[in-house]
Design a protein around this ligand. Sequence first.
Ligand code: COA
Length: 173
Amino acid sequence: MTKPVVYAGSFDPITNGHADIIRRAARVFGAVRVVVFNSPCKRPLFTVQERMDLIRQNTADIPGVSVDSFGGLLVDYLEQNGLNVVVRGVRGPADAEAEAAYAHANRLLNPDIEIVWLPADPSLCFVSSSAVRESFSYGRELPGYVSEQTARALRAKIAAVSSSRHTKGPETK
Ligand code: COA
């Protein structure tokens, strides 16, 4: 059986940029394990389970995709699962600089790890999950940044978050 390449991230939520990297990685490597990392430093909009469900929905037509989650270091996930190849999407020079540091740190932790970069499609170079979250939270949608399934989930989540804020009433000191 082909060992999957790992595509790790927050995916809060999965965008068309992420889906493009997954599709192309599946073509190159045969199998992709998309891993949702739950970082204690981030306050995500979607739960890990919701992010995993959205990834499954957005990649249902791509053969060889599996979805997992982890809380901890990337190297620990790789070692625990007997995997050592990671794919990263690079949108431009800023990503390349950050990715060089990320690859260096991970290879210091485990020199058997290989991190492979795929250049983002030029039409998706400005896509980011935080831009999506921000625009949807103000009722505006960035065309082409997310799939219709993700857009639906965003609308529902933002409506739920804002109605729970309203029912709580005004903040008191
Ligand atoms: N298309 C669109 N957007 C992309 C993208 C692509 N191809 N590639 C990255 N992005 C965006 C994401 O949407 C996200 O946008 P946002 O910041 O505006 O929300 C941003 O790039 C960063 O992605 P994110 O997944 O949140 O973080 P990351 O790429 O910096 O890495 C982990 C996340 C989980 C892979 C990384 O933090 C990790 O390995 N964590 C585990 C702990 C660890 O091992 N740390 C390293 C120690 S050496």
